[in-house]
Ligand binder design. Structure first.
Ligand SMILES: C[S@@+](CC[C@H](N)C(=O)[O-])C[C@H]1O[C@@H](n2cnc3c(N)ncnc32)[C@H](O)[C@@H]1O
Length: 612
């Protein structure tokens, strides 16, 4: 086995993750048997299946040992057999089963139309580029720190519209730096081939309940799916049974489940890979070192909850000596009001040589359009003495409220709604995606066309307005088209949006709107570690040094009722006709809607809002 170059390569990757060859070998053998030696299923996504299966087997082994210990104590043999990967099924059948193991198998055995033999997590619109392989990340990435002095700028949204693009393909709000007014692309319509695949992707996720109906998307379901909505599938709040229903699009990667429901059957199922944290695609310069963060920038002497201390600790200094959170974990009214307020001229900085303009036109870049210096949140972090339950650690605790992805009745495609009442100032979710440089994004868009255009990245970071020339790999975006979290489904609203995006500084000493954890592991391992291992919060915190996380967080701007759709202002400039991609016709329904088009022409009403 070990002479085979494919095996050698697999070992090389898993070795880089610290997995001994002797331990990965039986797992690999089991997978090869299970997949009839279809190496492509094992190799995909940097051996994701293999790595998942390894951790799965370890986890199961741990459980088994506990069970055996309990049996010994009880003095009798409990029913249930011990299953090994080597027997070809093991981890799949054990307990609740492994979705990651189960998925490809289902695809293969069901022979479902529209479900290729690809690993379900494979992106059909992969343009030949993949996230960095583990060995590359750990071996090649230099770890250093830049001196970011400026706030994150989240200027404008750029948008792609393509008449044939489908909503599951686009789905990523993009906020581009330079364009203080973005435009956004619409994406109605569908592509039958891709939809078939997309349906498969979710179906193979192991929690799909559906009735066959997606005519528009051309999805053909297997007999299993034809059985209709199962009894665990809830009646929707409109009193209907959904046509498509998924219990948890996060694949257990979040603390709470996020369901997806389609009562219409007319919407293409989304095609993307759920990730709970941002991950570097390739060239982004998001390096940081502990040494750069001085003790003055954290509260090493604190313990427990910083909010309950008589005097606010050092972590409140960045936000005027006061924490931005209430003891209930909500944003304070005055801070929220300041964030929601429209920016004034003095809130903008201008680059001498703007990387965003350069990425659009290398030789004759236009003048910098200005970057909005925004308010930001500073949370405590790992150098602080407090613990994860500290009141100044809200965003980093992750999604806590029940959300649902659903089909909007107004023709906006999928949207997100809350299933419970959210008080004003509640943290809802982060915006998560792949971290790209502007140039990478530009190249992605150039290489793809139509539905595959990555038109909605959110601008992340830049040392805007600095004296020096900002390099391309310092100007970053988040692209959630292929990899993202629930935020990729949140629709735009021109005014009175019930969410606002606020940058969160957790891990950097500068006014740098993201926090970074050095990326040493691949996305699959990251996912895996959070999903499958029973780490305590403390263990997770230490493990997280290996992850890359930037944070852009959504908070409610007012009280939001259960089943209300969540929305945020993408900052689109619907009047930006020079933009290569035409903005979608806005159906936000707000009184001051500025992007409604009628008969292909834009209704000229409403104000022109400029957002950083
Ligand atoms: C980030 S995605 C949001 C999720 C998307 N609705 C979906 O189905 O995946 C952005 C896209 O959603 C649609 N969209 C978002 N807000 C909209 C609005 N107010 N009116 C019409 N379409 C909207 C547009 O097609 C836009 O390109």
């Amino acid at each position: 086995m070990s002479g085979n170059p494919k095996v050698v390569n697999a070992f090389r990757v898993t070795r880089a993750l610290g997995i001994p060859d002797a331990e990965i070998k039986p797992v690999l053998k089991g997978l090869l048997r299970m997949y009839d030696k279809k190496w492509e299923l094992i190799e995909e996504d940097n051996y994701r299946t293999l790595i998942d299966a390894y951790f799965e087997s370890k986890e199961n082994k741990g459980k088994e040992e506990k069970r055996e210990a309990a049996t010994e104590l009880d003095g009798y043999e409990r029913p249930g057999k011990r299953l090994h990967l080597a027997n070809g099924r093991a981890a799949v059948d054990q307990d609740h089963g492994s979705r990651t193991m189960e998925s490809p198998k289902q695809c293969l055995t069901n022979g479902r139309a529209g479900c290729s033999s690809q690993h379900p997590l494979k992106q059909p619109n992969d343009r030949g580029k993949k996230p960095i392989a583990p060995h590359l990340v750990s071996g090649d990435r230099k770890i250093s720190i830049r001196n970011h002095k400026k706030d994150l700028v989240i200027p404008k949204t750029e948008e792609g519209t393509d008449s044939i693009s489908s909503s599951f393909e686009c789905a990523v709000p993009v906020r581009r730096p330079d364009l203080s007014r973005g435009s956004t692309g619409g994406n109605s319509g569908s592509s039958s081939t891709e939809v078939g695949r997309s349906a498969c992707d979710l179906t193979c996720g192991g929690n799909h309940v559906s009735r066959p109906k997606n005519r528009q998307c051309g999805t053909e379901h297997s007999q299993a799916d034809l059985n209709g909505v199962d009894s665990s599938c809830p009646i929707t709040h409109e009193g209907r049974k959904p046509v498509n229903f998924f219990h948890d699009i996060t694949k257990s990667m979040e603390k709470v489940k996020i369901s997806l429901v389609d009562e219409t059957g007319n919407e293409c199922l989304p095609k993307f890979n759920y990730i709970p944290n941002n991950i570097i695609y390739q060239n982004a310069n998001v390096n940081i070192s502990l040494a750069r963060i001085s003790d003055e920038d954290c509260c090493t002497d604190c313990s427990g909850d910083c909010l309950s201390a008589a005097i606010p600790c050092a972590c409140a200094r960045e936000t005027g000596g006061e924490f931005v959170y209430t003891p209930q974990g909500l944003l304070k009214e005055d801070f929220l009001a300041a964030c929601v307020k429209e920016p004034e001229e003095h809130n903008f900085v201008y680059c001498q040589d703007c990387p965003n303009e350069r990425s659009k036109n290398e030789y004759y870049p236009e003048k910098c359009k200005g970057h909005h210096i925004r308010k930001f949140i500073k949370e405590c972090w790992r150098k602080c003495g407090c613990d994860l339950s500290c009141g100044n650690r809200v965003v980093q605790r992750g999604i806590s409220y029940k959300l649902q992805v659903f089909v909007t009745p107004e023709g906006k495609g999928w949207g997100v709604r809350t299933l419970e009442v959210l008080q004003k100032g509640t943290f809802v979710c982060e915006y998560v995606g792949e971290i790209l440089t502007n140039t990478e994004l530009y190249e992605r868009n150039n290489q793809s066309s139509g539905a595959k255009r990555h038109t909605y990245p959110v601008l992340l970071d830049g040392d805007w307005g600095s004296e020096q020339i900002l390099k391309d790999d310092d100007a970053l975006c988040l692209d959630a088209t292929s990899h993202g979290n629930v935020a990729r489904f949140i629709n735009h609203r021109c005014s009175d949006a019930n969410l606002i995006d606020i940058p969160v500084q957790v891990e950097t000493p500068d006014r740098h709107y993201y926090h970074v954890w050095v990326g040493l592991l691949s996305m699959s391992t990251l996912t895996h570690t959070y999903t499958h291992c029973n780490y305590t919060p403390c263990e997770r915190a230490s493990l997280s040094t290996f992850f890359v996380r930037l944070q852009l967080a959504f908070f409610t701007t007012r009280k939001v009722n259960a089943f209300e759709e969540l929305s945020w202002d993408y900052g689109i400039d619907f009047d930006d006709h020079g933009h290569p991609i035409e903005a979608f016709s806005c159906n936000c329904g707000s009184v001051a809607c500025r992007g409604k088009k009628q008969n292909g022409r834009k209704e000229r009403r409403g104000k022109r809002l400029v957002l950083g």
